[in-house]
Write a protein that binds this ligand. Structure first.
Ligand code: DC
Length: 220
């Protein structure tokens, strides 16, 4: 079974997707982490972030892998643990530019479909229900207010020792929403057959329960 969870930055997708995957014994794939890793690579190499050819020349052979851990998931770039580096503000503020490059998206979508072909999966991102896994049995589109999303990201960041103020996070989230929704290739968009969940007033347990109910309805 394929479960696609899309939505804007900080809507709680990753937290929920991870929990749903754990409950069901499915693998979890955080596609945002893949675009973030490509961004870390480009920044480290000093590549111009609009230089698609240069980025692709390096990305082609870059291994991006995941390792599940009890409290989340580690991300590796050619074997190096980049779990923290991909959440740094410099990465966050530049990832929209890298993820808007058509060749980068094509490469990532190809890799994501390969991962999905190996197992039952919960995949989260922006274009999973519309582009990556258009035949996913369950498609969720998660939304939440900008204020709620900034608060959540702040909490996550503090736990990781990253101290960006909430107001800055609100601005970053609004800017990223705009860029992600208006880019020409695979913009953030709800799939016609996706079910929208507004998590602003919901607890994590309620959101997970809601999705498990949708999954149960599908397997009957
Ligand atoms: O979910 P996130 O904040 O980690 O995503 C990081 C960036 O990657 C975000 O700006 C949008 C982009 N992204 C994308 O374009 N397509 C995806 N499937 C996942 C993320």
């Amino acid at each position: 079974m394929q479960i696609a969870i899309d939505g804007p930055a900080g809507s709680g997708k990753s937290t929920i997707a991870k929990l749903v995957a754990n409950k069901l014994g499915f693998i979890y794939c955080d596609t945002g982490a893949m675009y973030r890793t490509a961004t870390v690579m480009a920044l480290r190499l000093g590549l111009a972030l609009g230089d698609e050819a240069a980025i692709m020349a390096h990305l082609k052979d870059l291994a991006i892998t995941f390792k599940p851990t009890p409290d989340g998931q580690q991300v590796f770039m050619d074997g190096e643990d980049v779990t923290l580096a991909i959440r740094e503000p410099e990465t966050t503020n530049n990832v929209s530019q890298v993820s808007a490059l058509p060749a980068v998206r094509e490469e990532m979508v190809r890799r994501q479909r390969e991962i999905a072909a190996t197992s039952d999966i919960v995949m989260d991102g922006r274009d999973i229900g519309t582009t990556v896994l258009p035949d996913a049995e369950v498609k969720i589109f998660m939304i939440a207010s900008v204020a709620a999303r900034a608060q959540r990201r702040h909490k996550e960041n503090v736990a990781k020792g990253i101290m960006t103020p909430v107001t800055t996070l609100e601005e970053e989230i609004a800017t990223r929403d705009h860029k992600d929704s208006t880019r020409s290739v695979s913009p953030l968009k709800k799939a016609a057959d996706a079910i929208e969940i507004d998590s602003t007033q919901m607890t994590i347990d309620e959101e997970v329960a809601e999705i498990l109910k949708l999954v149960a309805a599908k397997v009957q």
